[in-house]
Design a protein around this ligand. Sequence first.
Ligand code: ZN
Length: 67
Amino acid sequence: MANPEDMWQCQTVNCGYIYNPDKGDKKGKISKGTRFEDLPEDWKCPICGATRKNFKPLAGPGSAKEA
Ligand SMILES: [Zn+2]
C-alpha cells in the first residue's frame, strides 16, 4: 500500500484522478511501482490530460492540504 505522500491527485476542476504508484497508469504505459517523481516529463493525467504540474501529493510537503 502506497503512502499518502506517494499518491498524487490531479487538481484540475472535475477530475480528481489520483496517481497511485502501486497501480501505475495502464493508459500511459506506466508500470506498477513507478513513483510519481519518476514519471516521464511528458506524462499526462489519463482522465483529463493535465500535465504533471497540475498534480499535488495527498500528504506531506507541497500537498493541497498544507497549502
Ligand atoms: Zn486530471
